[in-house]
Design a protein around this ligand. Structure first.
Ligand code: ATP
Ligand code: SF4
Ligand code: MG
Length: 313
């Protein structure tokens, strides 16, 4: 597999307020691979996605580092087709346009298809994402669809671009568990079919465990641990990653350990604690933890964490 995306020392700021939202993160993604981004609310997962897709909101800017894509044969950098799906499908679709208009416009823009060709391809895409009676559904508006159906429409819209990289920002958070399972299954199938790379954001480690090859744990705009997903779940090294796992509820009736909440809350970006930003919440913190931010270091094979006192395997 070749490296599709390389992110180096990425820094994203709100320049007007001199606040760093993303603070020097590094990761790479191979073609066909899935990277899961996990962390509490406000840790910078969505901004990482927007920075990769070069669609940061107004007032937020990339001020350092690089986002580069696979090296093309000529030695330049070829930008792959990137598509993005969002957490709340219904509010991401324009309520005044039909599903057909939405898909056919994308097919014209990305594949140059018009008229009957675009309509037939829109039907094929809707069928591919599991929407039945697809031809008649083209006349429907988003409010006539359920959240799960609208998320399928968003995925069909993304597929119209034939993306090499699909960024899915909390694609199942707004859905019930049955819909969630269906959407995850669909993403798995599409990945296998198309060979596209996937960046998936979720609060839910279960979603990351199911879809991702590698996971990156974010805290206050930094990646504090990254590893192959099974390794991360079985042998987390960073106390924050351990704490995220420990606060996951289990559905195993044999598992009598109650979820353990993480004390405190994520600090505000304009008043981050010195040193390791997790130290006020960390049971392993020592004096040095509040003095300097720990550098990222190898703690296993393809496994790195930024911590002075990693959790023992
Ligand atoms: N327009 C903005 N101006 C200033 N700060 C912002 C803006 N948008 C987001 N932020 C801040 O950037 C930080 C990262 O936000 P981001 O949306 O990436 O978090 P997240 O990890 O995706 O959270 P969630 O899980 O809630 O979606 C947050 O602290 C947020 O408050
Ligand atoms: S560096 Fe210190 S405070 Fe930060 S996670 Fe590791 S032990 Fe905890
Ligand atoms: Mg987000």
């Amino acid at each position: 597999m070749s490296t599709l995306l390389t992110v180096r020392d990425l820094v994203v700021e709100v320049p007007a307020r001199n606040i760093k939202i993303i603070d020097g993160i590094n990761f790479s993604l191979d073609s066909g691979q899935t990277l899961g981004l996990v962390g509490e609310s406000g840790c910078g997962k969505s901004m990482t996605c927007y920075a990769v897709a070069d669609m940061l909101p107004r007032g937020i800017a990339r001020i350092g580092g690089s986002v580069t894509f696979e090296q093309d044969a000529g030695g330049g950098r070829a930008t792959p087709k990137i598509a993005m799906i969002f957490q709340d499908p219904t509010s991401s679709l324009n309520p005044v346009h039909t599903i057909g208009y939405y898909l056919e416009t994308a097919l014209y823009r990305h594949q140059g298809l018009k008229g009957m060709d675009a309509r037939m391809e829109a039907v094929r895409l809707l069928e591919r994402v599991g929407i039945d009676r697809a031809a008649s559904r083209l006349r429907a508006y988003p409010h006539q669809f359920s959240g799960g159906m609208n998320q399928r429409v968003m995925i069909a819209h993304a597929l119209a671009a034939k993306p090499q990289l699909l960024i899915a920002d909390e694609p199942t958070t707004a859905l019930d568990v049955t819909m969630q399972a269906q959407i995850l299954h669909l993403l798995e199938e599409l990945k296998a079919e198309t060979g596209m790379a996937l960046m998936i954001v979720s609060h839910d480690l279960g979603v990351i465990a199911r879809l991702a090859d590698r996971a990156a744990v974010m805290y206050c705009g930094k990646i504090v641990e990254t590893a192959p997903v099974a390794e991360l779940l079985q042998r987390p090294a960073h106390p924050y990653a351990r704490a995220l796992i420990d606060c996951m509820p289990s559905i195993d009736p044999q598992d009598l350990d109650p979820p353990v909440p993480i004390p405190g809350s994520v600090p505000l970006l304009d008043s981050l604690p010195e040193g390791c930003h997790f130290h006020p919440r960390c049971l392993r913190a020592s004096v040095e933890c509040s003095a300097h931010f720990p550098a990222s270091a190898a703690v296993g094979l393809a496994h790195e964490a930024s911590c002075y006192h990693p959790v023992a395997a």
